[in-house]
Design a protein around this ligand. Structure first.
Ligand SMILES: [Zn+2]
Length: 210
């Protein structure tokens, strides 16, 4: 048997005889009555940053969309296929979540690609095209940085801020925010230290004390 298949099957068996046993009623309720999460998370596809792990969430608690570099594209390109936007629209208009958290992270490969100019021409494939969403934010950020500053970290935070700004370009998001039903929140996870930063209204990221 292939290693990956063995891994899937053994992991599933452990879940079925372990966590699932303790959460049987929860799964039954969720499966019968549907989901009603209060929190939406937009996170990177990176395997090291699992939102439900970081926030210790049960099934049904968090509605998660993951993509490369946790990017929300701006509105205005509506003829394309938009998986992330479909998830956001559903979360806001149907699930009526209380908050959308854009969760960035340390050593993000997508952000490194953007900084390296991967999205500056059409040779970067789908990843280059995707991270080019942040090119303008990157150029603005780099103009204001001096050489001593950590460009990768600064851009990881700026990417989150840009995605929060882009969220507001969708009328259904803007309406929900202005009516007080929805909050937009930035968050950042440091993988090595497991430090969590949350953004304030000024776009500064401050650590959550543990
Ligand atoms: Zn990433």
């Amino acid at each position: 048997m292939q290693a990956w298949r063995e891994r899937l099957e053994s992991g599933y068996k452990d879940f079925k005889s372990g966590d699932f046993v303790g959460q049987k009623e929860l799964y039954e309720r969720l499966g019968t009555h549907g989901q009603n999460p209060d929190i939406m998370l937009i996170a990177c596809a990176d395997s090291r940053v699992d939102p439900t792990d970081i926030f210790n969430a049960y099934p049904g608690e968090m509605f998660v969309a993951r993509n490369v570099a946790n990017i929300v594209p701006p509105s205005g390109n509506d003829e394309a296929y938009h998986g992330t936007l479909a998830a956001i629209e559903y979360a806001v208009t149907v699930l009526e979540v209380d908050v959308i958290v854009v969760l960035g992270h340390e050593s993000c490969g997508g952000i490194a690609g953007c900084l390296a100019g991967m999205g500056d021409n059409d040779e970067g494939g789908y990843v280059g095209s995707w991270v080019s969403i942040l090119n303008e934010a990157r150029d603005g950020l780099l103009q204001g940085l001096d050489d001593s500053e950590d460009k990768q970290f600064a851009m990881e935070l700026e990417g989150i801020r840009q995605s929060l700004r882009n969220l507001m370009s969708y009328p259904f998001v803007e309406k929900a925010v202005k009516s007080g039903k929805l909050t937009l929140q930035g968050a950042y996870f440091g993988i090595v230290s497991a430090e969590l930063l949350l953004s304030n209204d000024d776009g500064e990221f401050l650590p959550v004390l543990t």
